[in-house]
Design a protein around this ligand. Sequence first.
Ligand code: PLP
Ligand code: COI
Length: 338
Amino acid sequence: MENFDWANLSFGYVKTDYNIRCYYRNGKWGELEIHTEEEITMSMAATCLHYGQEAFEGLKAFRGKNGDIRIFRPYDNAKRMVCSAEYIEMAPLPEEIFVEAVKQAVKLNEKYIPPYGTGASLYIRPVLIGTGPRVGVHPADEFLFVVFVTPVGPYYKNGFKPIDVIVDRDHDRAAPCGTGHIKVGGNYAASLKSQSWAKKQGYSIVLYLDAAEKKYIDECGTSNFFAIKGNKYITPDSHSILHSITNLSVMDIAVDMGMEVERRKVEFSELDSFDECGACGTAAVITPISKIVDLNNGREYIFSDSDIPGKITEKLYNKLRAIQLGEEEDKFNWVVTL
Ligand code: PLP
Ligand code: COI
């Protein structure tokens, strides 16, 4: 598209031309439908509005070095949406329908895919909502699946630059046996207050500790946490964190680079021993962490200068981006090209 300031895009919503929809009615999923309007119509008693019967996904498409359209790991998002749907009693959408809807949404909105080399990408947002009317707390019997896309720049405004993080010990985004491991709207509603609290104090994001003991690191509000210690890539294992597809990818890349990967409970007290820390996710990509502040003990854990990312974090970022953009062989078979 001409006259689009791709290099200065923020992570915001821009209306595109088409969205893809699929309805679940009378016990089965219908055909994919192409829509141009942004609005959706539903009963005011829809379960998504009252009881948060809603799940979503986030993935990206890139314009590759050779001009192809590259969607990153859509089957993994499709699988995760099935897990989210089943956990909150929604009709799971078959993976093939999910991926086909994503492909159509990307292809039809091709002119919004940022050109190679701009640093921007096309963010894909699949959403599954309960539309059936209920007033008692029961699952809906009708659902709507929608995929829309929007061109985005970096989630944190300076791109691949270290961010400052604050620990929030007063709020939890998810309970130990709750919904933290699935991608449902309620987790994000629960994080809004602490995110505003962090922003007001000048921090980019919140780091959550495990809700039961506040002893272990869980994750950030919109991304998984990782640390580098010598040749090790360390990332928390917890029931209440989202299984990040980016993190899984970075773990594979780390192993491929000859690093050791540890996915385990990570004690907050280990922070002192880490060389580098970062956050990873579709929107965040890999974001280096410059410092983590804990008001509880008054400590600042510093990992890098505010504008110089850690060396290993940068290497992992470059590898991931190179695969996403088709600059390097996709030896893990992650990318679906159109
Ligand atoms: N954790 C949370 C809470 C998230 O919202 C996200 C974003 O999707 C992630 C982690 C990263 O997951 P993924 O890499 O699959 O985007
Ligand atoms: C993502 O990284 O895709 C997310 O969903 C994070 C946030 C924008 C909700």
